[in-house]
Design a protein around this ligand. Sequence first.
Ligand SMILES: Cc1cc2nc3c(=O)[nH]c(=O)nc-3n(C[C@H](O)[C@H](O)[C@H](O)COP(=O)(O)OP(=O)(O)OC[C@H]3O[C@@H](n4cnc5c(N)ncnc54)[C@H](O)[C@@H]3O)c2cc1C
Length: 80
Amino acid sequence: MQTGQRHASKALGSYTYIPVGASFDDLDALAAPVDGKVFFAGEATSADYYGTAHGALISGLREAARLGVGDATVEQLVKP
Ligand SMILES: Cc1cc2nc3c(=O)[nH]c(=O)nc-3n(C[C@H](O)[C@H](O)[C@H](O)COP(=O)(O)OP(=O)(O)OC[C@H]3O[C@@H](n4cnc5c(N)ncnc54)[C@H](O)[C@@H]3O)c2cc1C
């Protein structure tokens, strides 16, 4: 997913916003793997921390765990 805001000189990017009629379930749907072969990370797939850099990071760890690679877990990252 990519918006044109990346190239807007006064915005330099965008992040997730949940409008009326949408829900956190939509973000979970974006995060769902397809056929166990295609995986999705990025802040827009992070229902708990959407719109943030740490949401993007955590989503990457989540997908790495799904793939069975990496030794950091989401739990290690979000719990003090
Ligand atoms: C103005 C602004 C201020 C912000 N301030 C904060 C803040 O203070 N704190 C905070 O936590 N978060 C902040 N954010 C949000 C944070 O920047 C994003 O949530 C985070 O960068 C999302 O990371 P991401 O990896 O999901 O997506 P991105 O960082 O957008 O990375 C996606 C990458 O995919 C690439 N890409 C897109 N399409 C394709 C394609 N077809 N093929 C190959 N590559 C492609 C893009 O070029 C980009 O490099 C801010 C965002 C904006 C716009």
